[in-house]
Each structure stands twice: as structure tokens, then as C-alpha cells.
Design a protein around this ligand. Structure first.
Ligand code: ARG
Length: 577
């Protein structure tokens, strides 16, 4: 383990055990970055009472035990331990990282099977901006878990079933399959839905046919199933266009929509009823997980079969959680879904525990996604009040990126410019989604996300492109920059110390499902690189060959950290910008 904070924690705990006895080996040494040294440990103050000794005395005792520590330890004030790592230690750890293809990123042992439920747009409507965020955050989590050696099972829980499909299929028949398919492939799902809805509301004959169609669909009638497939296949082709544009890792093999669970719903209800977990209440089959009450203080039901016999969203999620634990052998399940569904998931998890379908050994987590807001602070919509088409939004990002590139006077041929614009546009959108904590609301602001300064996608991409250009000028391949790493100048040392935290950051971000903390780490790294580059010339005239070699090695390490980190976020990295 290379992360200085972790190394220090272990060393100080060892010192505590040596000085005061093994019962202190687990005490938190309270190590924080410090402005007076690299780190400060505040444990002496917190332990003084328990040890009935003066804090300074405790600190001195710890210091004595740290005499062989690679660095300096000083006691200051009431009993702070100021710890400065030896340059040679940072250098050798950085060198080890440079020589390690995994950059000090470990693997989770034993590895886990992680089911990640993300994206999950509804087929009866256009995929909207809310699904953009669940897609992007979920995809980053999938990349992170795979990188750490976990078995990742992506589950795209499409909204592809239910009563609206009666009228959608009838509308499809009326306008003709060909026209319908063309519309759906072009992303006109919302218009399609609205047209069907208008007929349903205004035409009694149509309404009757739509209702009958729901019944034939549910009975699995082959002709109706074929029409449903025509509708769904065209819709999925459109979703796939979006996924391709975004560069997310979802494929058709990950499709596991609501329809997939349809054959399981009857048994799901029967099993819950016969085991006594579900009970009839006013004709509906309900679960009453403990701890949930409504505004009237009455127990809140999770309805799994309505009084008319129909199944709903909760039924499907009960079937899905059983399938994921039992069939997919999930050890961890992440539901990357809007925060407005928090109550639903808390109830589903509690109900699944009650039913014995979610054992203690499996963790089910709702990774809440905050709502996307417009600049006015309200739900993101177009001027005319409609929700914004995702495809339009993505194209706008690419157009704006192209304008920004042109404005910067970058002189590329047409094809290269388009390629860079695509990477910058998608990078901007994705990074903006990822860099704020996933559960906070998020303001979609094109000007800010396309900006080349601050914690943005384009800034991060530019940082890597700049390092690549240093290598081009030096005529060296990053992979050939083998060092040795020497951290003589303060800016070099600060940068070296920073990158050592990469492995631990990845581990924590994955454990906590918090990609925004990876963004913060990469941004801090890029900022320190910027300072380094200002203060320490690399390949300029007058830099001696040895210094140049050492600095190129540090550049290569930083480049690898940034590119690996951005890849784990799913942010594309153009070679030049
Ligand atoms: N299709 C749903 C929606 O758009 C999200 C589904 C999330 N996953 C789940 N297992 N319920 O709101």
C-alpha cells in the first residue's frame, strides 16, 4: 500500500500498541493533511484522558516509537504530531507506482459479484435527461468495479411493460409498422406516446381496442408479442444510438427490462402470500415491512397485486431482487436510480429482508441520483416547457465544444476537429454529471461544463493533452520514460505525494459509490501538475539531460494516473486538443 495516509495510519497504530499496549492498536490516529507538515496526527489529545497522561507526554511517547520512521516527527502545541515524509520515501513509492502497470491500484479480495441496475429508461417515452445521469454514474461504477476485479453484471431495467403498451401497439397498427419503426428509431417516443394517448382519450373504440390489447399482450398471444417486439426493437435501437454516442459500456446483453420478470410475477405473489409475508388488505395483496408508516400513522403498504389483480412496479422489483440474489448470485446490488424513488427502494429492501430473499450477506443499495435542474433552478425543460430530448442535448454539447475549439484557434483538419469536438462534448457532459455528488441536485449549465478552466471535463482532458504534447516535443514515448523519479523541487514533491493517493482513492470511491471524489482527486492532481509545469521546465532548452529524464518520468506517472482515472469515469481522452 502506497497511500501515505494509510501507511501513516498503520505506522502510528503500531506505535500506539508498542507504547501503550495492544488494546490501542485499533485506535484511529486521526491523521489529516496539514499546513505545517505533510500530515498531522491528533491522536495524542484524544487518548490522553483514557491514558490519564498529559497529551504532550502521550505525543512524545508515540514519537519515540516512530524513531525508525522514514521522515521526521515533531510534537507541537498541546500535543499535535507533525509528520513529514522523507523525500526518498516518496520518490521510491512513486517509482514503484510508475513501474506497476496497475499504478498501485489493488484488487478487491475476495472479489464480489456486483449487480448494477442503471440507465433504465422507459420505452413508452423519450429517454430524458434524468436517465442521462443514471446512465453516466452507473457506467462509471461498473467500470470501477470491473477494474478492481469484481464480477459486474449490468442490468438495464427498461420500462418495457405495462398497460400503456395496449394503446402503443394499437397506435402502431394504425400508422403502420414501417412509419412507427422510423419514428421510434428517430427518438420520437414521446410524440408517439402522446399521439396514442390522445386517441385513447378521445376515441372510445380505440380505447376499447387498447384495453383488449393489454389482455392479449399479457396472455402472451404470439401476434401481439410480435408487435410488441417490433415496438421494443426499434426503441432499443434508438437507445443504443445514445449509448454509442455517450460511449457507455451497456450492450443488448445487459437488457433486463420489466417484461423479463412478467412470467415470474404470479409466483412472486403466491410465494409471498403462502409464506404469510404478504396479506390481503382491501382486496390488494400487500407487504407491510416494519418501520414504514403513512401520514395517518397507519402502516404503509407495499402493494404487489392490486385489487383488480394487476401487478405493478413494486411486484417487478420484488421479483427482480429475488432473481438477482438467487439466480445472479449477487453479493452487492446497486440501484442507480433517481432520489425521488428513495421510499420505494427502502420498502422493497425491507420487504425482501422480511421475505428472506435478501440475506445479511448481500448488500442492496440505492445510489440516489439527484434531479437535473435548468439554470433557473427548476426541473430541466425547454422554453416551451417540454422535457428536453437527450439526443438534442448531446448534439448541442458537441456543437458547443466544436465552437470552443475553433475559438481557441486550434488548427486541425475537419475530421480531427470533429473527433476532438465529440470527445470534448461528451467529456463535458459526463464529467459535469460525475463531479457533483450523485445525490445532490444538479444544474445543467453548458457554459460552465464546456469551460476549459475549473473542475470540468475539458480542463481535465486538456491537462492530459498538454502532457502528451510535452512528450511529443521531447520525442519520447510516455511508456519509455522510466525515470528515476527524483523529487527535488517543492512542486515536484507535492505532485509526487499527491499521486500516491490514487489506489486508495479508487478503492474508497468504489466502496462508497462516489465518483465525484475521483473527480476531485484528479482535479487536484491536474492543478498540482500545472504548478509543477510552471515552476519546473521539462524539455526546454537549458534543462540538463538528467533532470529532463527525471521530470519526464514524473510526467508519465501523472499522465497515466489522469488517463486511467478519466477512463474509469468513462470520460474520453483525446490525444491532442
Ligand atoms: N424505469 C424506471 C424509471 O425511469 C427506473 C427503473 C429503476 N430500476 C428498478 N429496478 N426499479 O423511473
Amino acid at each position: 500500500m502506497t497511500d501515505p495516509q494509510i501507511v501513516l495510519t498503520e505506522r502510528v497504530q503500531q506505535a500506539l500498541a508498542n507504547a501503550f499496549g495492544s488494546e490501542y492498536a485499533d485506535a484511529d490516529p486521526l491523521i489529516r493533511p496539514s499546513q505545517f507538515a505533510d500530515f498531522q496526527a491528533n491522536v495524542a489529545m484524544s487518548l490522553a484522558k483514557r491514558l490519564r497522561r498529559a497529551p504532550r507526554e502521550v505525543a512524545e511517547a508515540i514519537k519515540t516509537e516512530l524513531s525508525d520512521f522514514p521522515g521526521t516527527v515533531e510534537v507541537s502545541g498541546p500535543g499535535f504530531l507533525n509528520i513529514t515524509l522523507a523525500d526518498s520515501w516518496i520518490e521510491s513509492e512513486a517509482q514503484r507506482m510508475l513501474d506497476d502497470p496497475r499504478l498501485g491500484v489493488g484488487s478487491i479480495t475476495p472479489s464480489q459479484t456486483v449487480v448494477i441496475d442503471y440507465s433504465a429508461p422507459n420505452a413508452a417515452k423519450e429517454m430524458h435527461v434524468g436517465h442521462l445521469r443514471t446512465t453516466i454514474v452507473g457506467d462509471s461504477l461498473a467500470r470501477l468495479h470491473s477494474h478492481l476485479g469484481n464480477t459486474v453484471i449490468r442490468q438495464n431495467h427498461l420500462g418495457d411493460w405495462g398497460t400503456p403498451f395496449g394503446m402503443l401497439i394499437e397506435h402502431l397498427l394504425e400508422i403502420g409498422e414501417e412509419t412507427a419503426v422510423a419514428q421510434l428509431e428517430a427518438g420520437m417516443g414521446t410524440e408517439f406516446y402522446q399521439a396514442a394517448r390522445a386517441k385513447f382519450d378521445g376515441d372510445d373504440d380505440f380505447k376499447l381496442r387498447a384495453r383488449t390489447r393489454v389482455t392479449t399482450l399479457q396472455s402472451g398471444d404470439p401476434a401481439t408479442m410480435r408487435l410488441w417486439h417490433v415496438f421494443m426493437d426499434a426503441t432499443v435501437r434508438y437507445f443504443n444510438k445514445l449509448y454509442a454516442l455517450l460511449g457507455v459500456t451497456l450492450t443488448d446483453a445487459d437488457l433486463a427490462g420489466e417484461s423479463m420478470y412478467n412470467p415470474m410475477l404470479g409466483k412472486t405473489c403466491d410465494d409471498l402470500e403462502s409464506s404469510g409475508v404478504a396479506v390481503l388488505s382491501e382486496g390488494a395483496l400487500c407487504l407491510f415491512p416494519p418501520g414504514f408508516t403513512g401520514s395517518d400513522d397507519k402502516p404503509l403498504p407495499l402493494i404487489i397485486r392490486k385489487s383488480d389483480g394487476g401487478y405493478g412496479y413494486a411486484t417487478t422489483d420484488m421479483a427482480a431482487i429475488r432473481y438477482r440474489v438467487h439466480d445472479l448470485k449477487a453479493e452487492r446490488i446497486l440501484y442507480v436510480v433517481g432520489s425521488d424513488q428513495a421510499l420505494h427502494f427502502r420498502m422493497v429492501f425491507a420487504a425482501a429482508k422480511l421475505a428472506g430473499w435478501l440475506p445479511e450477506s448481500v448488500s442492496a443499495e440505492h445510489v440516489q441520483i439527484g434531479m437535473m435542474l435548468g439554470k433557473d433552478g427548476r426541473r430541466f425543460k425547454t422554453r416551451s416547457g417540454e422535457s428536453v430530448k437527450l439526443m438534442d442535448l448531446l448534439h448541442e454539447a458537441v456543437d458547443r465544444a466544436e465552437a470552443a475549439i475553433t475559438e481557441r484557434g486550434l488548427d486541425y483538419d475537419e475530421a480531427t476537429r470533429k473527433e476532438i469536438a465529440h470527445a470534448v462534448g461528451m467529456g463535458a457532459v459526463k464529467y459535469a454529471d460525475l463531479s457533483v455528488s450523485h445525490d445532490s441536485e444538479y444544474v445543467l449549465d453548458f457554459d460552465r461544463m464546456i469551460s476549459f478552466t475549473g473542475n470540468t471535463g475539458p480542463y481535465m482532458q486538456y491537462a492530459t493533452a498538454r502532457i502528451r504534447s510535452i512528450f511529443r516535443k521531447a520525442g519520447v514515448e510516455p511508456a519509455d520514460a522510466s525515470g528515476p523519479i527524483v523529487l527535488a523541487a517543492p512542486a515536484e514533491r507535492a505532485l509526487g505525494l499527491q499521486v500516491l493517493g490514487f489506489g486508495e482513492t479508487i478503492a474508497q470511491v468504489t466502496a462508497e459509490s462516489e465518483p465525484h471524489r475521483l473527480c476531485a482527486f484528479l482535479f487536484q492532481t491536474a492543478s498540482l501538475f500545472s504548478t509543477f509545469y510552471d515552476e519546473c521546465p521539462v524539455a526546454k532548452e537549458g534543462v540538463d539531460a538528467e533532470t529532463r529524464k527525471q521530470r519526464l518520468a514524473l510526467c508519465a506517472l501523472v499522465l497515466d494516473v489522469l488517463e486511467t482515472g478519466l477512463d474509469l469515469l468513462g470520460v474520453p481522452v483525446p490525444e491532442r486538443m
